[in-house]
Design a protein around this ligand. Structure first.
Ligand SMILES: [Zn+2]
Length: 136
């Protein structure tokens, strides 16, 4: 079931949701109380503490809350500059993510969608990892 070409197949899938079939879906969860979260976890609901949690496919689209260009990065494995941002998904959760695409479109409230970007994993194999980009 897992797509071997995806870097983190537990977090997203190539196929979109029914609402946005053209953009990779995120693999989140939902509680019986209605709270929707990402990523999927089994420790308990952050809102009610309940354990009645189920997988929920989340649409790969949302609105940009904030973005920042990183010019100096002390960590290994990622070459600066790159852009990070917070996006409020249409399904509710807020995700922190790498952002690609036209910087001039990165205004708060901008419509953002998921894309798959080619990356090289720790073994030197080509994989795809999830990013967000401005829509259109
Ligand atoms: Zn709950």
């Amino acid at each position: 079931m897992d797509d071997p070409m995806l870097l983190k197949p537990g977090l997203y899938r190539r196929a979109g949701s029914s609402a946005r079939p053209d953009h990779p879906a995120l693999l989140g969860g939902a509680c019986a109380c209605g709270y929707v979260f990402f990523p999927l976890q089994r420790y308990g609901c952050e809102r009610c503490g309940g354990l009645d949690l189920e997988p929920r496919v989340l649409t790969g689209a949302g609105r940009l809350l904030a973005a920042a260009r990183v010019h100096l990065h002390a960590g290994k494995g990622r070459e600066a500059p790159f852009t990070v941002g917070s996006i409020k998904l249409d399904d509710g959760p807020i995700v922190r993510t790498l952002i690609e695409g036209d910087e001039s479109q990165l205004r708060p409230g901008a419509s953002m969608v998921t894309i798959l970007a080619a990356v090289t994993d720790a073994e030197g194999e080509e994989r795809f990892d999830l990013r967000f980009a401005p829509e259109g």
